[in-house]
Design a protein around this ligand. Structure first.
Ligand code: ATP
Length: 337
């Protein structure tokens, strides 16, 4: 069991429980780095063999030496990248799973757009100035805050009224696509050069997903009922099977382009965040170049991983398996960034 020399570590949040369970299933010991007061789930679900508590996630670099001493391999997830920022992640000395250089490309909305377009994917139109708005748009702020404050606008006047409370914030104005938001989870192995679909989810967001519970008559009389997109949880989805060939190809193209943008390119888990229209067009509005929380419903595996592995295989476990395979092949460096 060569993997026993290494431990799997991540921040206790986001998809930590899944990552730790997957690591245990593949024979690794685990370390959870928790903000003081948030340790309980990691004890309750026997997720962490060891817990390191810190006052703030910003203190993560301070405990690096302890992780290095433990031969820990850090797995980045959404909260990890958000709390640390990609510049700090790039400077980490501890063993790190994934390509750090790709984070810049997913963290900047403009670079991300360039990446997706280069991959030949359809992206929602962007409006440079409020006066250009000629249909329904979604206004998003820079810096992930989980969709807080995002608003819809139908023209310049509407935009100017709604932007008032956020005057100092940087934003993008994006075409609003009416369709079903679908989040597609992939895994690309840099050891075998194979792409896998791990699962799909839809998000349940507050308050946008509860607006349908209020009749239009009542919505009209409520003066300030703008939709917001604060994520509450994730719901598993199995897509129409005839979409699968297109989804696989989309994932492959994104990986192919990433090899030029930030060699050796994107590997490990990633997610395309899309909207499927009634015309069966697929618009990609975001890419996450690491594990997403939408994989959490699949701790026991998804229908797709069941087809491929015939045993429970979550994305967290798939990461651990990849690391284990790399260790066995004496090629750990190929999965570290
Ligand atoms: P995260 O970083 O957690 O993915 P975010 O704060 O970057 O979130 P987005 O994912 O860009 O925000 O968008 C939040 C939500 O807004 C999406 O889940 C989706 O429901 C909706 N949305 C985003 N872009 C569009 C669009 N162009 N058309 C329609 N709906 C959209």
């Amino acid at each position: 069991m060569a993997q026993l020399k290494y431990k799997i570590a991540t921040i206790g949040s986001h998809s930590g429980l899944q990552i730790f369970k997957g690591a245990h299933d593949e024979g690794f010991k685990t370390i959870a780095i928790c903000r003081k007061g948030s340790e309980r789930p990691y004890k309750m679900f026997n997720a962490a063999d060891e817990i390191i508590s810190i006052d703030s996630y910003k203190d993560f670099p301070k405990i690096q030496n302890e992780l290095i001493k433990n031969n820990a391999i850090v797995i980045p997830h959404g909260s990890f990248v958000t709390y640390m920022g990609y510049e700090k992640v790039e400077k980490l000395k501890v063993l790190y799973y994934g390509n750090k250089k790709i984070l810049k490309w997913e963290s900047d909305r403009h670079l991300e757009r360039q990446w997706l377009k280069n991959a030949g994917l359809k992206v929602p139109m962007l409006f440079a100035k409020p006066k250009d708005i000629d249909g329904l748009v979604i206004v998003k702020f820079m810096g992930a805050e989980g969709g807080k404050g995002y608003f819809l606008a139908k023209n310049e006047k509407d935009f100017n009224r709604k932007i008032k409370p956020y005057k100092l914030r940087k934003y993008v104005i994006q075409e609003y696509i009416i369709g079903v938001p679908l989040f597609i989870h992939y895994f690309y192995s840099s050891l075998t050069n194979e792409i896998e679909i791990m699962g799909c989810d839809i998000r349940y967001e507050s308050n946008v997903d509860s607006l349908g519970r209020i009749s239009a008559r009542d919505q009209i009389v409520l003066p300030k009922i703008d939709p917001s997109y604060v994520i509450v949880g994730n719901i598993p989805v199995v897509v129409r099977e005839s979409f699968l060939p297109r989804l696989i190809e989309m994932g492959e193209k994104v990986v192919e382009v990433s090899k030029k943008l930030a060699p050796p390119g994107l590997f490990g888990p990633f997610c395309l965040e899309t909207i499927l229209t009634p015309e069966e067009e697929i618009f990609v509005f975001e890419i996450s170049a690491r594990i997403v929380a939408g994989t959490n419903p699949f701790i026991e595996g998804s229908p797709y991983t069941w087809l491929k592995y015939n045993k429970p295989m979550s994305t967290g476990r798939r990461i651990a398996l990849e690391i284990k395979n790399a260790i066995k092949m004496n090629q750990l460096k190929r999965v570290l960034g």
